[in-house]
Design a binder for this molecule. Structure first.
Ligand code: AMP
Ligand code: TRP
Length: 344
């Protein structure tokens, strides 16, 4: 790579992120991603999409995919994203993502992709039977971001490595084609207590859509009873809550529940400990259940309300797709010229 310091990107700030329409959304997605999207739309130009092209890296029933996309859109709206402020759209409606992804496939190096831990986790023992798309998934993610020249990408902790790859691709493109500062090196926005929510059954495993136990996660569509029951059943130890952060860090399940409380109440873990340290889970869990029901109940209800009018969701997504295309097209036109593609 270049020996000189990279020329900084001089374009405007812009937020971009997305969630895959593959399985029900859970508390981790909500706190790690959706809440941040809604907050950022007031601060910056914001693009939020439904990653249906990423979803088909593993099998999706074609008869269900469009409706799964609407569900994610409904979750965005229910979490407070406002189509008058943010551009909300389906990834596959903007073909520029795929076109730029191909070019980036030729910029990214095999060695870079070989290091991606999420591919290793998702492909499991049978790597040779995974789709090629699952392997180049982070390259498409880089195209999603850079086709809008986005500068800020709110995601959960598990996406950190994909964001590093995006920066590497942007830097190599700028360097190889001698266009310093053409693409920004986007910053991941990961900070905050919701960045890594763990399973309710195992404080060392990430809360995930693919966990076979439904009790391991709180789904955005769970009703009040289900939410309260899952928190009541959450794995804990018999000790009262610790009185300081070092002791808390040594107890993953307690740490996770304190983190969830903090993220929902917009408090730091230290503040939660100041309130509940020394108290037993018999006191803390009901308080957490009440808080979770109060915060998530209305989100689930709003989601159901939005899903009651699918035509309206479709209108929002179509209008968003049009705006997104307008933003993406000039980047791809420039990139085509930069790489020397056929004109016409
Ligand atoms: P996915 O459902 O994998 O498309 O993830 C959507 C967003 O939710 C991404 O920004 C993830 O980083 C975030 N996310 C997923 N699981 C968690 C979790 N357990 N804790 C915090 N954020 C998460
Ligand atoms: N890979 C992300 C996830 O699983 C989803 C995603 C696709 C994304 N493209 C993106 C997130 C671009 C941020 C920016 O969560």
């Amino acid at each position: 790579m270049t020996d000189q310091a990279p020329v900084p990107y001089a374009g405007p700030v812009r937020v971009l992120s997305g969630v895959q329409p593959s399985g029900a959304l859970h508390l981790g997605n909500y706190l790690g991603a959706l809440v941040k999207f809604a907050r950022l739309q007031h601060e910056m130009d914001t693009f939020i999409f439904v990653a249906d092209m990423h979803a088909i890296t593993v099998w999706q029933d074609p008869a269900l995919l469009a409706d799964q996309t609407r569900e994610i859109a409904a979750a965005y709206l229910a979490s407070g994203l406002d189509p008058a402020k943010a551009t909300i759209f389906p990834q596959s409606a903007v073909r520029e993502h795929a076109e730029l992804a191909w070019i980036f496939n030729c910029v990214a190096r095999l060695g870079w992709l070989d290091r991606m831990t999420q591919f290793k986790e998702k492909s499991g023992k049978h790597k040779e039977r995974s789709s090629v798309g699952l392997y180049t998934y982070p390259v498409l993610q880089a195209a999603d971001i850079l086709v809008y020249k986005a500068t800020h990408v709110p995601v959960g902790e598990d996406q950190k490595q994909h964001l590093e790859l995006t920066r590497d691709i942007a830097g190599k493109f700028n360097h190889d084609f001698d266009r310093p500062g053409f693409f920004p090196l986007p910053d991941p926005l990961i900070q905050g207590p919701g960045a890594r929510i763990m399973s309710l059954r195992d404080g060392t495993a990430k809360m995930s859509k693919s966990d076979p136990s439904d009790n391991s996660r709180i789904n955005l569509t769970d009703d009040a009873d289900a939410i309260a029951q899952k928190i009541r059943k959450a794995k804990t130890d018999p000790e009262p809550l610790p009185e300081n952060l070092e002791d808390l860090a040594a107890r993953p399940e307690a740490d996770n529940l304190v983190g969830i409380y903090g993220a929902l109440a917009e408090m730091t873990k230290a503040q939660v400990i100041a309130e509940f340290g020394g108290k037993g889970f018999g006191t803390f869990k009901p308080a957490l259940a009440d808080l979770a029901v109060a915060k998530l109940g209305p989100v689930g209800e709003a989601m159901r309300r939005f899903l009651g009018d699918r035509a309206e969701i479709d209108r929002i997504l179509a209008a968003g797709a049009e705006k997104a295309r307008e933003a993406a097209a000039p980047t791809v036109a420039e990139v085509r010229e930069i790489v020397g593609f056929w004109k016409g």
